[in-house]
Design a protein around this ligand. Structure first.
Ligand SMILES: Cc1ncc(COP(=O)(O)O)c(C=O)c1O
Length: 381
């Protein structure tokens, strides 16, 4: 029966080095976590600007929950369409330069919500093979035909576009890829857009807030639709989608993951407005993030490691799944927390340590990380 099947599957996961068992985090204190009774330096966070531990944001969010209460208690399509949510969406659309914005309870749900609704049978979606699991799921739910192109390869995307006979074509990509840390070839995509008609959907989950002018990400010139999450550089939770005119009404009418879910509370929207004001004046944090990321990549390369990543997400290439897990374990013993990313998050036998740099990291943290990686890697050999 079910229990037997689950037991067998889990056993196979273990044998393949793919078993997932997240360590329990007792508390968080800035760049440190308390794990297994020890204080460890956190290099596995997406809180790129450190807003998730900012006193100012904590105070403002608490004030908003005090003022507005805790729950919207209904879907947007029932009694949850509050003025402050509409106002916040207008503020986001205007800041990022789009006609409209719409909030979702999470980035995962946002990708399901837009892709499964805007695309349908007969359409074609051409996607970068490294897009997030939520985008893959959304595409599959839509019923559209899908064609993958090699990661960030504009020549391959061009070939795919030439093969495509559908009237309605969408291209799906990320702007800062969540695992490899590569930046999208915005200029290359822009050139293709001059010659072919397609709708571009760019997931800027890891870019918004952290890179680009005023934290506006990098794909604004090519993305017709952009997805952002509050759960990363915004230090909060939930997500926003930036849209051209006419699309928001369509989602309100046809997007099941939006229609049949309780909307985020008013306090969330009020806090989202506060966060955008903080993001706009966080240039110093973005600079610190850039400097720390460059310094870490340079240091690891100098030590002879293979590292990819153009910004604050760095991928230290390991390969073998068990080796990646062991390396992360050894680093944890040395009070460094970094997670191994394994199949199916990355291709089989291409495991990495996925490093999340943040503006909270100082030069001594970077130096310490490199020292420990060098020593742990030496011991593993
Ligand atoms: C590229 C990308 N898109 C979407 C998501 C989902 O966002 P959320 O955590 O808000 O559900 C993630 C989160 O890991 C992501 O990396």
């Amino acid at each position: 029966m079910f229990a037997e099947r689950f037991k067998n599957r889990l056993m196979l996961q273990q044998q393949a080095g793919l078993y997932r068992e997240p360590p329990e985090v007792k508390t968080r204190d800035g760049k440190y976590l308390s794990i297994e009774g020890r204080r460890v330096l956190n290099f596995a966070s997406n809180d790129y600007l450190g807003l998730g531990v900012s006193e100012e944001l904590r105070r403002r969010a608490a004030g908003n929950f005090e003022k507005y209460g805790t729950s919207s208690s209904s879907s947007r399509l029932v009694s949850g369409n509050y003025s402050i949510i509409n106002e916040a969406e207008k503020v986001y659309a205007s800041y990022f330069g789009y006609s409209n914005a719409i909030f979702f309870p999470s980035g995962y749900q946002a990708n399901l919500g837009i892709l499964s609704t805007l695309l349908e049978r007969g359409d074609t979606v051409i996607f970068d093979k490294h897009v997030h699991a939520s985008s893959v799921k959304g595409m599959m739910m839509s019923g559209a035909n899908f064609l993958g192109y090699n990661h960030n390869s504009m020549p391959h995307l061009e070939k795919r576009l030439k093969m495509c006979t559908s009237e309605q074509v969408a291209v799906l990509t990320e702007s800062l890829f969540s695992m490899d840390g590569n930046l999208l070839d915005v200029a290359g995509l822009g050139k293709l857009k001059e010659h072919c008609r397609f709708l571009t959907i760019a997931d800027e989950a890891h870019a918004f807030g952290a890179i680009g002018s005023g934290g506006r990400g990098i794909a604004g010139s090519v993305a017709d639709i952009a997805v952002g999450t509050f759960g990363k550089a915004f230090g909060f939770f939930g997500a926003f989608v930036l849209l051209p005119a006419g699309f928001k009404e369509y989602l309100f009418n046809f997007s099941s993951p939006l229609i049949y879910t309780t909307t985020l509370p008013e306090a969330h929207a009020a806090t989202a407005i506060d966060i955008l004001e903080i993001i706009a004046r966080s240039e110093d944090k973005r600079k610190r993030l850039r400097d720390a990321s460059q310094s870490l990549k340079k240091g690891l390369l100098l030590e002879g490691f293979r590292v990819t990543g153009d910004a604050h997400i760095l991928a230290l290439e390991i390969g073998d799944e068990t080796k990646a897990v062991n390396m992360a374990r050894m680093l944890l013993r040395r009070n460094i927390f970094v997670l191994p990313a394994r199949y199916p998050t990355v291709p089989l036998h291409k495991s990495i340590l996925r490093i999340g740099v943040t503006a909270l990291h100082e030069e001594e943290d970077i130096a310490s990380f490199i020292d420990h990686v060098r020593e742990a890697s030496g011991e593993l050999k």
